[in-house]
Write a protein of this length. Structure first.
Length: 256
């Protein structure tokens, strides 16, 4: 059974079809990538998987369970977390507080227990703090825990956003252009970082990315969208040598 299965999902906005009949299977422990020119529908596909948009047609399955149309918080609680193309941090809060907030998704204590600082809340709060510190240590951010998130270098903000996603206890991590805005050295580091994330956190990873060095370096399989339609899928080698992919990216015949 696929860890994540996307079955012919379609999203229309008025008369515009942003994604048409998109299908995909992500196996447990796999890293796959979704690529395509700007405007190809990649983020729209992510948004349908994570509940931001409900597909007009098709289904999304997580471990065989139909999760189509669930809210983003419900999907995250099941075990699918994501990052965003435009980093979304609580910019006025420090690094540690950003991760602590993400832990509240699984908080069992109610408002009354929190207001009166009752034993169950104190216990959960202590556990969340320990977990957040451990995450920051694993991701190399522990020395920045008291820094305001907006003051971090761009690459560190990306890591913090990933740390916050990991705080929700995901089984599947969706990364929307994690290398966006990074310099070549940061991009190189990110490639190894993603590979290490899979191992350390036992994750399946699905990413959108424009940096081909990252995509080709760590993806086991690649899907290609163009104008909302899947034009190719296969291994990195298959994609690099696919005529339709070459034409979609270059806009010319591959022999030119």
């Amino acid at each position: 059974m696929a860890h994540l299965k996307i079955d012919t999902i379609t999203k229309q906005f008025g008369g515009l079809t942003a994604v048409k009949d998109f299908s995909l299977e992500l196996q447990e422990g796999e890293i796959i990538a979704l690529i395509g020119p700007n405007g190809a529908g990649k983020t729209t596909a992510f948004n349908m998987i994570t509940g931001v948009y409900a597909p007009n047609k098709g289904k999304v399955y997580f471990k065989g369970e139909d999760i189509t149309g669930l809210r983003p918080d419900q999907i995250t609680k099941l075990g699918i977390a994501r990052t965003f193309q435009n980093i979304r941090l609580f910019k006025e809060l420090n690094v540690l507080d950003n991760v602590l907030i993400a832990n509240h998704l699984h908080l069992q204590s109610n408002l009354l227990e929190a207001v009166f600082n009752l034993p169950r809340y104190r216990k959960e709060n202590s556990e969340m703090l320990d977990k957040s510190i451990h995450l920051l240590e694993k991701l190399g951010l522990i020395n920045l825990r008291k820094e305001k998130s907006s003051s971090l270098p761009y690459g560190q903000q990306r890591r913090l956003e990933i740390a916050r996603a990991l705080a929700t206890n995901p089984e599947i991590l969706l990364l929307d252009e994690p290398a966006a805005g990074m310099n070549p050295k940061e991009t190189e580091d990110l490639t190894e970082f993603i590979r290490q994330l899979r191992q350390d956190f036992d994750l399946s990873i699905f990413m959108i990315e424009h940096h081909m060095d990252v995509v080709m370096g760590i993806s086991e399989r690649i899907y290609v969208l163009d104008y909302g339609i899947t034009i190719a899928q296969g291994s990195p080698y298959d994609i690099q040598n696919n005529q339709r992919v070459i034409e979609a990216y270059l806009g010319v015949n591959g022999d030119a």
